[in-house]
Design a protein around this ligand. Structure first.
Ligand SMILES: Nc1ncnc2c1ncn2[C@@H]1O[C@H](COP(=O)(O)OP(=O)(O)OP(=O)(O)O)[C@@H](O)[C@H]1O
Length: 354
């Protein structure tokens, strides 16, 4: 087979375009594709300080490498920083952070590590030994989201970028449809979120297929850590993942189509959305008087492990949300994980935006 770009011998099939290509053309195409997303979604302003959420996994490693390259090649003028959150998971995060530390040296991007232990007084190992594996993703996701914000704020960053990819987006859209979570369904496709007062978060890989990311990391010999979190149980998200992968085998275009479907949905203007203010305890942005991280923390410190988890407690302030395509349904109350990524929590604790 010949490379569809240069006519030389093809050695790989690009997952997103389904075209045979040679390594050199694939690498160039992948970088240009991310550049195109950055431009069309107006992800950066020239001269911005940007914190890259660096977990040491494939996505954020590719993101850091490609952003660093595009920043030089296209003179974005970005001041790039690596920001890692150490959740305190022995045998998982400690190993993946070693990969980030090596990349700090290799890419010449300064790294800051913020730990749950320092911020909250608890490691995930300690939390899991107290609460067990059920709901632990809720704690981890809520804490991580806030930790990334706090770390980036401390660094003076104007924006956080994460390695969420097109497959993540497609799964998340599907999960939000399956749960009827229309508020998140509307938000989860945005390339930039955070208009509600938190630091803006951007996803430059939102149109990049996971298979292409893995291929790029392979061709560029990038140094990353490749293991699932030891505390992720059998996730409801995994069903969506398997389903999307099955569909992708039949029709690769399905991932992009799902994203475009999600992007096209809108909530009717008269629907009331949560009002955002500041947590009365920690000052962090929150749609409740006390933010979820403070509630969870209080629960841990007072042995009331339903605090911030229990559905009953949460019911009061949840606004009604309706999807434009369905007038009648009010979404079920749900508590849950805010990891927004591949957290792996089950259907008791689910939050599926980023
Ligand atoms: N501990 C962390 N520190 C900093 N950023 C993180 C951390 N965990 C996740 N992120 C950010 O959130 C994104 C999505 O995280 P998720 O847990 O879904 O992992 P993933 O899809 O396997 O990504 P990766 O391959 O980068 O680990 C990551 O790409 C990264 O940008």
């Amino acid at each position: 087979m010949k490379c569809y770009q240069c006519g030389e011998r093809a050695s790989v099939k690009c997952a997103k375009t389904n075209e045979p290509t040679c390594v050199a053309c694939f690498v160039k195409w992948f970088e240009e594709d991310v550049h195109k997303t950055i431009l069309t979604c107006s992800i950066f302003k020239h001269g911005e300080r940007v914190a890259i959420g660096a977990s040491g996994g494939k996505d954020s490693t590719v993101l850091a490498y490609v952003l660093n390259k595009l920043n030089r090649d296209y003179d974005y003028g970005l001041d790039l920083l690596l920001l890692s959150i150490d959740e305190g998971i022995t045998g998982y995060r400690d190993d993946s952070l070693k990969a980030v530390e090596r990349n700090e040296v290799e890419y010449g991007i300064p790294l800051t590590i913020v730990s749950y232990k320092d911020l909250y007084g608890w490691t995930m190992d300690e939390i899991v030994s107290k609460i067990g594996k059920k709901n632990n993703c809720t704690f981890c996701g809520v804490f991580r989201r806030q930790a990334l914000d706090r770390g980036a704020f401390k660094l003076g960053a104007a924006k956080i970028v994460t390695g969420h990819n097109a497959d993540d987006m497609a799964e998340t859209i599907l999960l939000n449809v399956l749960r009827g979570d229309v508020g998140r369904l509307q938000r989860c496709t945005n390339a930039i979120t955070g208009a509600d007062g938190t630091l803006p978060r951007a996803k430059p890989l939102k149109y990049s297929y996971e298979k292409d990311i893995v291929m790029y990391a392979h061709f560029k010999k990038l140094d990353y850590f490749c293991t699932e979190c030891i505390y992720a149980p059998n996730a409801y998200r995994n069903n969506a993942r398997v389903y999307v992968k099955d569909l992708e085998r039949v029709r690769p275009q399905v991932i992009l189509d799902l994203i475009r479907s999600g992007e096209s949905l809108a909530i009717r203007s008269e629907v009331e959305m949560p009002q955002v203010s500041n947590c009365t305890r920690c000052g962090y942005i929150s749609s409740q008087a006390v933010c979820k991280a403070c509630l969870l923390l209080e629960g841990l410190n007072t042995n009331d492990l339903t605090l911030g988890i229990s559905k009953k407690r949460k019911q009061k302030n949840k606004p009604e949300e309706k999807l434009i395509i369905n007038e009648a349904e009010k979404p079920e109350e749900r508590s849950g994980c805010s990891s927004g990524g591949n957290c792996g929590c089950d259907s008791n604790g689910v939050v599926v935006d980023f």
